[in-house]
Design a protein around this ligand. Structure first.
Ligand SMILES: Nc1nc2c(ncn2[C@@H]2O[C@H](COP(=O)(O)OP(=O)(O)OP(=O)(O)O)[C@@H](O)[C@H]2O)c(=O)[nH]1
Ligand SMILES: [Mg+2]
Length: 167
């Protein structure tokens, strides 16, 4: 789970994915690691603080099965999002995981002025990612709208990948 700072990753992880209910967050220093189940599969999730450019060293040794990128849809500096996504996708361990699906959450859709998924996909140049499966899901981490639908796509992508690897 990566993104620009303040986009709602930690809120999404604890309030929705772990179902702990509303929480107050502070900027994540380092990372949070949690596991949760969705669609019958267990996911081990690393929520990387958006303020640091440098990842904790050990994450370089993890090969992600999936990548979740969270965007603050109401943040006018979406351009930074494109740089941050490019930076994340260019990390060696992520490049090596070329079949890991990418789910972009267009978060904070409840805020006035939030950009649509189509506008965000354009700003992040998602259509240029020809070699990776990706999807963009509008959502709100505070009220939960859209999270489950986005995760359904990710789990389906992981399941179909497992199937094609077995075939
Ligand atoms: N209105 C609205 N606010 C949100 C939403 N999701 C998160 N927030 C708020 O945005 C702020 C930042 O949320 P965090 O979950 O800490 O964001 P983060 O991406 O983990 O931030 P870093 O750890 O600094 O990278 C908090 O005040 C949240 O309550 C949302 O969907 N809608
Ligand atoms: Mg955080």
């Amino acid at each position: 789970m990566g993104s620009t700072a303040y986009s709602g990753k930690t809120t999404m992880l604890y309030t929705q994915l772990k179902d702990y209910g509303p929480i107050e967050t502070v900027p994540t220093v380092g990372f949070n690691v949690e596991s949760f189940t969705h669609g019958g599969i267990n996911l081990f999730c690393c929520d990387l603080g958006g303020r640091q450019r440098l990842r904790p060293e050990w994450t370089a040794y993890l090969t992600p099965n999936a990548i979740i990128f969270v965007v603050d849809s109401a943040d006018i500096t979406l351009g930074d999002g494109a740089n941050n996504l490019a930076h994340l996708l260019n990390e060696e361990c992520v490049r090596e995981a070329s079949d890991a699906p990418l789910l972009v959450f267009a978060n904070k859709q409840d805020l006035k002025g939030a950009k649509s998924p189509v506008e965000i996909a354009e700003a992040l140049h998602l259509r240029e990612l020809s070699d990776r499966r990706w999807n963009i899901a509008p959502c709100s981490a505070t009220d939960g709208v859209g999270i489950s639908g986005g995760m359904d796509w990710l789990v389906q992508a992981l399941k179909s990948q497992g199937k094609s690897q077995r075939e």
